[in-house]
Design a protein. Structure first.
Length: 140
């Protein structure tokens, strides 16, 4: 029984290290966090980004391993949804800009001047989608 637990423990640690290394590799190779700071002009909050990413990953991993639900008021979920939507929208905008997807698309379609409008549409779309998810689907 102890050997089985140790094997499962080492498989879990190995899987966690592989996923964590992949996550860090994506953030590092694509330069997502520096680009996100550049877009939002928040260079002074580097320590906050580091703490936020690490604590978010640790908490989400811990929460995902538990069979828990958070029961709260829908009014409390509104700022959480706005924060999640804002972050995901900015992250998506930074990722697409780092990969030069949008500038190439805008050049081919002929909307060079409306790039900022497209980025804001992506950001607000993610924000509204996250808010909708948190207020509607969480309470089903």
């Amino acid at each position: 029984m102890t050997i089985k637990i140790l094997i499962i423990f080492f498989i879990g640690i190995g899987g966690g290290l592989a996923v964590g290394a992949g996550f860090v590799a994506i953030l590092t190779v694509f330069g997502i966090i520096p680009r996100l700071m550049q877009i939002s002009k928040t260079y002074n909050y580097l320590r906050g980004y580091e703490i936020g990413i690490i604590s978010g990953v640790v908490f989400a991993s811990w929460y995902g391993l538990r069979d828990m639900t958070i029961h709260s008021s829908p009014l409390l979920l509104i700022p959480i949804g706005i924060a999640c939507g804002t972050f995901v929208g900015m992250l998506a905008a930074a990722l697409t800009e780092v990969l030069n997807v949008l500038p190439i698309l805008m050049k081919r379609v002929g909307f060079k001047e409306q790039l900022l409008i497209l980025l804001m549409a992506i950001l607000f779309g993610k924000l509204i989608g996250s808010l909708f998810h948190w207020t509607y689907f969480v309470h089903l």
